[in-house]
Design a protein around this ligand. Structure first.
Ligand code: HEM
Length: 509
C-alpha cells in the first residue's frame, strides 16, 4: 500500500490490540446492590442459617429483584424476581453450570450424577436421556399405568393405616420411581433397594451441606493422603464412594438380570438398553448414572408435594368439597379417576397447580454458576458467581398472587371476569438448561395421588382428647423443603369408597 510506513503499521497493530483489550474488558456495570459486608469475609455474618428464602425476600424488598453479597470474595447473586429469572433463562447455557463441590462432587464422585454435574457434553447427553424417556407428557404416557397402580397401592395402605401418612407417601414416591427407573417393585416391609439408595442420598446431603468440609474452601487439601492426621474426610469420601457405587450398580444389575430372563417391564433403564449391543462402555455407564439421578432428585420432591396436598386439604375444607364435587360429577362413584379424566377435571388440576405454588418444594432452587461475565437487569453478574433463585418469593409474590398464603385453586382458572394468575410452573421448576427434567413425571404422579385420594377419602383436622388440632403451614429448611409434620384424619367417604379401594387391587399391579 503506497505511503504506509513501519510506524503506521505499528500504530495499527497497537490500535487493534487496544480495541481487543477494550472488547475483552469486563462489561461496565455495577454489581447488584445488597447488604454491605466486612473486609475480607464479606457478608458471611449476614447469611441466614435457616429459612433463607425469608431473609432473601427481605433483601429483595430493600434492594430489588437482583441482590448481591460476597462470601470470602465469592460473589453470590440472589434473584427474587421472576422477570429477572426469565432474563437469565433466555441466556440458556451461560448461567447453567453448577458451583464446584470438591467433597461431594470430586472426592465422593457425585459430580457424575446429573444434579451437580458441571455443564458440558456429558451433561447434555444425560439431559437427552431424561428428555427421551420422561421429558414430555407424550413420553410419560407409557408410565401412566404404573403411576395409577402406585396410587391405588397408596389408597390401600392409607385405608389400612390412616395415621401413617408420611411413611406411606415415601413408599408411594419411592415405589413409583424405582418402578419407572428400573422396573423394581418395592417390598411392603423394608425394601433393600430403598435402604441402599436412601443411605447414599443421606451421604449426599451431608457431603453438600454448606460449610461441612474445609476442602470445599481449600481445594488443594484434596491432595493430602488419607493417613495424614486431620484427613479423615478422605476416608469418609472413600466409604461414601463405595455406597454411591452400590446405588449406581445394584438396581441397574437387577434390571439387566430381568432383561436377560425376558421379564423386564418397560422402564427408563430397560428402554435405554434396548440397543445395548450397539453401545460403547461409556454410553452404558452414562445410562447407569442418569438412572441413579432420578431417585435422588425425584423421591423427596414428590413426597413434599404430596404431603403438602394433604395439609392443604386439612386446612381448606371448602376446596376439598369443591374438588370432590367435580370428581363425583365427572367420574361418578363406581370407579376411581384415571388419567383419562384429567382434562375433564379442571378444578382438580388447579388443586395440583396450587399445591406447586403454595408449598415451595425447592424454595431456593439448586445453585447455578455463571460461566461468563454478563449484564442482567443492568447489573454485572461476574463469571464464577453463584446464582440462587429465590423461587419461594416468586411463588408468594402478593403482586402476582394476592393473598399468597391462601390455598385457592380458582386463581389458576380464567373466568370471563378475570384471567388466571401467572402459572406457577414458571418458577417452581428452576431455570435455564437446568430446569427440572422430571417435571412431567412429578406432575402426573402428584395429580393421580390427588385425584384418587379425593375420590375416596375425606381429609380433616385431627381431634385429640376432644380438641380439634389446626396444623400450621411451616416448612423445613433444606434444598428440598417439606411441610413440618402435622396430624390429620383420613377416613373413607363411604362403604362404596372402601369397596373401590379394595377392588383397585384386582385391576392394576
Ligand atoms: C414437585 C416435584 C418437583 C419439583 C418442585 C422439582 C423442582 C426442581 C428444581 C427447582 C430443580 C433445580 C433447577 C435448577 O437448577 O434451576 C430441579 C432439578 C432437578 N430435578 Fe426436579 N423437581 C421435582 C420433581 C422431580 C422428579 C420427579 C424428578 C425425576 C424423576 C426430578 C429430577 C430432577 C433432576 C435430575 C434435577 C437436576 C437437573 C440438572 O441439574 O440439570 N425432579 N427440580
Amino acid at each position: 500500500m503506497p505511503g504506509l510506513t513501519a510506524v503506521d503499521a505499528l500504530a495499527g497493530v497497537v490500535g487493534l490490540g487496544l480495541l481487543y483489550v477494550a472488547l475483552k474488558e469486563k462489561p461496565r456495570a455495577p454489581l447488584p446492590p445488597g447488604p454491605k459486608g466486612l473486609p475480607v469475609v464479606g457478608n458471611v455474618a449476614d447469611m441466614p442459617s435457616s429459612e433463607e428464602w425469608l431473609t432473601f425476600s427481605q433483601w429483595g424488598e430493600k434492594w430489588g429483584g437482583i441482590v448481591s453479597v460476597k462470601l470470602l470474595g465469592q460473589p453470590l447473586i440472589i434473584v427474587n424476581s421472576a422477570d429477572v429469572m426469565s432474563e437469565l433463562d433466555k441466556k440458556g447455557a451461560l448461567h447453567s453450570d453448577r458451583p464446584r463441590l470438591v467433597m461431594a462432587g470430586e472426592l465422593v464422585g457425585y459430580a457424575k450424577t446429573l444434579v451437580i454435574m458441571p455443564y458440558g457434553a456429558k451433561f447434555r447427553n444425560f439431559r437427552r436421556y431424561f428428555s427421551k424417556l420422561i421429558g414430555s407428557n407424550a413420553a410419560m404416557k407409557q408410565f401412566l399405568p404404573v403411576e395409577e397402580g402406585e396410587a391405588h397401592k397408596m389408597l390401600r395402605r392409607l385405608l389400612a393405616k390412616p395415621d401413617n401418612l408420611e411413611p406411606i407417601l415415601r413408599k408411594t414416591a419411592g415405589g413409583l420411581i424405582l418402578m419407572i427407573t428400573y422396573g423394581i417393585t418395592v417390598r411392603e416391609d423394608e425394601d433393600p433397594f430403598v435402604t441402599l439408595i436412601e443411605g447414599a442420598n443421606a451421604n449426599f446431603s451431608t457431603a453438600t451441606a454448606p460449610g461441612s468440609f474445609l476442602v470445599d474452601v481449600l481445594p488443594a487439601l484434596k491432595l493430602v493422603p488419607e493417613w495424614v492426621p486431620g484427613a479423615g474426610f478422605k476416608r469418609k469420601a472413600r466409604e461414601w464412594y463405595a455406597a454411591m457405587m452400590d446405588m449406581v450398580e445394584r438396581p441397574y444389575g437387577y434390571t439387566k438380570e430381568q432383561m436377560s430372563q425376558g421379564t423386564a417391564p418397560v422402564s427408563f433403564v430397560s428402554s435405554l438398553l434396548d440397543e445395548e449391543d450397539k453401545m460403547t462402555p461409556e454410553q452404558i455407564d452414562d445410562i447407569k448414572y442418569t438412572a441413579s439421578s432420578l431417585y435422588g432428585a425425584g423421591a423427596d420432591t414428590t413426597v413434599s408435594a404430596m404431603y403438602a396436598f394433604f395439609l392443604a386439604m386439612t386446612l381448606f375444607p371448602e376446596v376439598q368439597r369443591k374438588a370432590q364435587a367435580e370428581i363425583d360429577a365427572v367420574v361418578g362413584s363406581d370407579r376411581l379417576p384415571s388419567f383419562a379424566d384429567r382434562e375433564n377435571l379442571p378444578y382438580t388440576y388447579a388443586v395440583l397447580t396450587e399445591v406447586l405454588r403454595w408449598n415451595s418444594v425447592a424454595p431456593t432452587g439448586v445453585p447455578h454458576r455463571a460461566m461468563e461475565d454478563d449484564i442482567i437487569d443492568g447489573y454485572l453478574v461476574p463469571k464464577g458467581s453463584i446464582i440462587i433463585a429465590n423461587l419461594w418469593q416468586m411463588l408468594h409474590d402478593p403482586q402476582v398472587y394476592p393473598e399468597p398464603f391462601k390455598f385457592d385453586p380458582s386463581r389458576h382458572i380464567a373466568t370471563p371476569e378475570k384471567p388466571a394468575q401467572r402459572d406457577p410452573r414458571h418458577a417452581c421448576f428452576g431455570f435455564g438448561r437446568r430446569i427440572c427434567p422430571g417435571m412431567h413425571m412429578a406432575e402426573s404422579s402428584v395429580w393421580i395421588v390427588i385425584a384418587t385420594a379425593l375420590a375416596v377419602f375425606d381429609i380433616s383436622k385431627a381431634v385429640v382428647d376432644g380438641v380439634e388440632i389446626t396444623p400450621v403451614h411451616e416448612n423445613t429448611t433444606g434444598t428440598i423443603s417439606f411441610p413440618k409434620p402435622f396430624k390429620c384424619t383420613i377416613k373413607p367417604r363411604s362403604e362404596k369408597a372402601v369397596a373401590l379401594i379394595n377392588e383397585s387391587d384386582e385391576h392394576r399391579d
